[in-house]
Design a protein around this ligand. Sequence first.
Ligand code: GLU
Ligand code: MG
Length: 666
Amino acid sequence: MGLLSLGTPLTWEEAKPHADLVRERGIEQLLNIWKKAKSKERDILLWGDEIEYLVVSYDEDSKDARLSLRQAEILKDLAHDEELRKAGGCVPSLQEINQKPGQRVPTFHAEYGRFMLEATPGAPYGGMLRDLLTVEPDMKKRRVIAKQHMTKNETPITMTSFPRLGVPEAFTQPYYPPHGPIARSIFVPDEIINPHIRFPTLTANIRSRRGSKVCINLPIFYDEKTPNPFKDPTVQYDLSDYPEDEDVRNGAAKDGHVYMDAMGFGMGSCCLQITFQAKNISEARTLYDQLCPLGPIMLALSAASPIFKGYLTDIDCRWNIISGAVDDRTEEERGLKPLNENKYVIPKSRYDSVSTYISQDPGFRPEYNDVNIHQNLPLKEKLLDGGMDEPLAKHFAHLFIRDPLVIFSESIKNYSVDNNDNFENIQSTNWQHMRFKPPPSAEDAIGWRVEFRSMEVQLTDFENAAFSIFIVLLTRTILSYGLNFYIPISKVTENMETAHRRDAVLSEKFYFRKQVFPPRHANRSGKGSNASPGGSISSTPKPVELGPVENEYCLMTINEIMNGQDGQDGFPGLITLIESYLNSVNVDVETRCELARYLDLIRKRSNGTWETAATWIRNFVRGHPDYEKDSRVNSAVNYDLIKAAEVLGNSEGKGTSLWKGLFEKR
Ligand code: GLU
Ligand code: MG
């Protein structure tokens, strides 16, 4: 989660007067990189995944599973692992990675929660289809290595949210009572925050800028014995000396909801992210736009977080929790007070869905950017004057309406246009569901990249590999057929909300484009407009008449989006399109069979044969003998749940009876 530069951080009050300077310099650095790298061409696909882990610690005497706060020790131990070091693992420099192409040794990183780890393959995967078969073994290797550097009682699990983070009882190892000057939470101690100075500063400065603690209310899942109306009994009004608690007394905690008040509830959640390097800037822009409508679909399909602060909630995904957890907007910016000190009313948090497309592809229509977004106009002017085109300048000018949250005094003194620190300051604290990433520096070997950020981490590496591989294959299919998934961006935002609903994957419908082939594919003889590619294509493309944008999309189930609709003109389904792509390229039988296994998981998740982790977790709790049917996830239930997640994480996860038994719909 961002660059871990060291230095002397400024409090929000100290940082505020420098905000414009950081933004101006950030734009200068961006222009510098853009000018030098806009013509960069690389011809192969490189990509990588990031997996975030929770480190849990068991107390076998009391049968409790807590969060281990030993992140720093574990990382230190990993860094001193001679074998890993010799092989180039742990924290290799970019130079080292470039010197050893093809050699991948997992690297481990810190994350926001002091109970989290993040691991990446160390060096990118290659662009061959066969390389995809190395993804799952690589992920498994990371899990094994991580475990090797933990104590006997500790284990890494890939669960999106820790069910009992913030409960009134002990939930960390070692125990710390809640409260602390940084988050000022009444539920979690500051000790859960990674102590690297960037993270406490980010936490405190978000709270200070906002003018109050962050505030998250999740609808409770009403079970048979849940008190109705539910009033979160863990909200103790008189626990803290801080004036911020006033807002709890004034109704920040809503009836019928589980209330949370700290950044850690969101950024303490784990996800699966995929970053692609495109062959050039224009391909990166295409991928950014085309994957954008997939964000909410993949969020619903990967849903894995139904429990927060010890309660079953009525949602299945983490996304909006993080959104609320880092929401630094003031009351004015949230539209609660007339604008006076601030410039804009901003509809979204810094962590939210994308609000503007950026590509200049022929398939784009201006109507798709149907949301008026605020832009930092003076800085946009600079980008335009520097030669950047309107859609890209608009994208960055939108990101640059935000303030820098963490400024190190050293970075103000030591400015160089050839660095990217000021640019990254704003860029990396705009956590949208896609991220468009310029090369790290003008001279760097790394190219233009796109990050797909919405997916929840899965319990097994088989699933994590399947989701990663699906997205990679989809990018190949999009580029190969020139597919067009555009829908108005406001519909992507709506889909993002829909994706959170309990069991959205099976019960909800999502806006999706009906006709995804470019015009030359649309008029094939004897076939409907959505017939799969591969047959004969009429040679003279007819000019296409564009009807109203509203006719281009409709509501579909995820099953229809993935597996296709019935009928000649029905949507063919993304898996069908990927299979058609695989049929059109040279791929050996073994690779094809293995890839089919991964696609099968996506197929079965979408049609309900297999459950999402969210459903599995919810059912596990509800079926547990110690669950009192009151929505509360007590420590006995939690212990067994975490143990089961550990077993799953270490299992083969592909057809073993254990995995089948746990995931197949009962
Ligand atoms: N843990 C965050 C999430 O679940 C992502 C943090 C990051 O950008 O690495 O989305
Ligand atoms: Mg991360």
